[in-house]
Design a protein around this ligand. Structure first.
Ligand code: ZN
Length: 121
């Protein structure tokens, strides 16, 4: 669950999770807590967290074995994983992965700029 950059579905919001935990606690007569470590970080930070927790092996596992695409598309593989590439979940995942990668290789990009725009004449 992540409210920081999400597609707008109300079940992704922290208020929904807190209300669900309260309902479960009342229904079971015991304290129920739902942990949502991704709630307040964006998708780039989520990729970074994965790398910090499990290194490139975990990042590769997520890319190869998880699907967040709303269409469930596993036919198209991108650098960020499988998905249609066009639904809101794919767009968020792709943009977050791009920001994560840019942060990881930012110094190399600055040292050797690969794109130079010609000036208008
Ligand atoms: Zn998709």
């Amino acid at each position: 669950m992540c409210e920081t950059d999400f597609s707008g579905y109300p079940d992704c919001r922290n208020d929904t999770i807190m209300a669900t935990a309260q309902a479960l606690s009342l229904g079971l007569a015991r304290d129920i807590r739902i942990h949502t470590p991704l709630m307040w970080i964006d998708k780039a930070a989520t990729w970074t967290m994965a790398e910090e927790l499990g290194g490139s092996a975990l990042v590769d596992l997520i890319i190869g074995e998880s699907v967040t695409c709303y269409q469930g598309d596993r036919d198209q593989r991108h650098d960020w994983g499988y998905g249609c590439g066009h639904c809101p979940a794919c767009e968020l995942r792709a943009a977050g992965y791009a920001r994560y990668r840019a942060g990881s290789i930012g110094q190399a990009s600055e040292a050797a700029p690969s794109t130079v725009r010609p000036e208008k004449s």
